[in-house]
Design a protein around this ligand. Sequence first.
Ligand SMILES: [Ca+2]
Length: 483
Amino acid sequence: MTDSARHPNIVVMYADDLGFGDVSCYGATALDTPNIDRLASEGLMFYQGYATAATCTPSRYSLLTGSYSWRNERAHILPGDAPLIIDPGTATLPSVLKEAGYTTGVVGKWHLGIGEGNQNWNEPLPLTPLDIGFDDSYIMAATNDRVPCVYLDGRDVVGLDPSDPIEVEYDRNKPFPGLPTGKDNPELLKMMFHHGHDMSIVNGVSRIGYMRGGDAALWVDEDMADVFLEKAVSFVEKNKDGPFFLYYAFHQPHVPRLPHPRFVGSTGLGPRGDAIAEMDWCVGEMLDALERCGLKEDTIVVFSSDNGPVLNDGYYDEAVELCGDHRPAGPLRGGKYSMYDGGTRVPFIVSWPGAVETGESDALVSQVDFFASFAALAGVSPDAGPDSVDVLDALLGQSDTGRAEIVLEGVQAKTVLRQGDWVFIPPHQGPPVNTNVNIETGNSPVPQLYNLSGDIGQIENVASIYPDVAERMADRLREIRSG
Ligand SMILES: [Ca+2]
């Protein structure tokens, strides 16, 4: 480091729905991700690295608060008009780093709510990332398949013409009269919906939710990667005297998958693969920007994903048909929405050239641990983040020991306990397969116990062979959940 007293910058690059098997350094052969591989070759690849949940909002909530998402009943998959679910004043990863002198920024997908409810998008937004610890914010409010399809810069919609105000409606029974929808006007679509996603049409794609107005402010999906990248790079350049924390949350490969034309057809796996190639390119551009600014040795770069993979997630985009032998979750069972490991075990890379050991690690680590670990790195000890464990030594490759146990969430706050190599899934009501997306949920009327050391694919339920282990873990999970 140029100044030994200076804390390193921290850049968290966060993919959306990218699976454990979706990048070449984790074994993908049908997809090439040279830039993520380059990051991995200069850093540490974790094989037991987890998001806390199998869906977006809960994982992002945990990453930023150091708290399991099932502790907050509002931390479920949010509609695009949901209020902010992190209360101002809550200690967050950016707020504790800010306390330690960091400048903090978020670019990309948010999906943790905006405003106080019934948000008027035409006035300065009252509750945004700026209110929970970020100095800079350039985001989409929710997801790329939900309205409003506009960018938010700080408290304002970018490019909004005041004479064409935005209206947003999530009540399915209240479409705006006279405005086309995917359901009624499929002839207007460039990508047909499969399930859900049949409401307002923006850029030839029907979305979840209705919106009207704001025409000049609407995003163009194909340009989204370039827009967010430019903002992320300019944040780095502007703050290169640091230290800074950048949370760069990609929208790829979440649906709708509409990469820029220069990536279309680049993988042979269709839009999903091409979106991953586009995201990989963004990773490379960010690494180049850090080098260009002379920050390579001064910056911890993390790459991970908010949950596991899904192929058909609501649009006919040939993700299933063109997948071939590619296994998005690698050897893991399940995917997005699942209590099996495919839902939450994800690519997890930490790089800090010159300080992080390079190679591979089997330490059990989670994104919920960034809160305590990076706070420790920055020399602050917040009295918050109840579920976050300081695993900094493991993240830096100085120890093989991570956490002893972790609670993982599928959907609807249904949870699973991993302890060492054991995974215990209590009996849960519900269908064994989410047929819309064709992914196993993990629901079963009987307890499930797996030992990942010899059974990474969670094939053999050994609950009846080791009833004492299953019972002990059931008790422990109940204890954590009631604590
Ligand atoms: Ca996601």
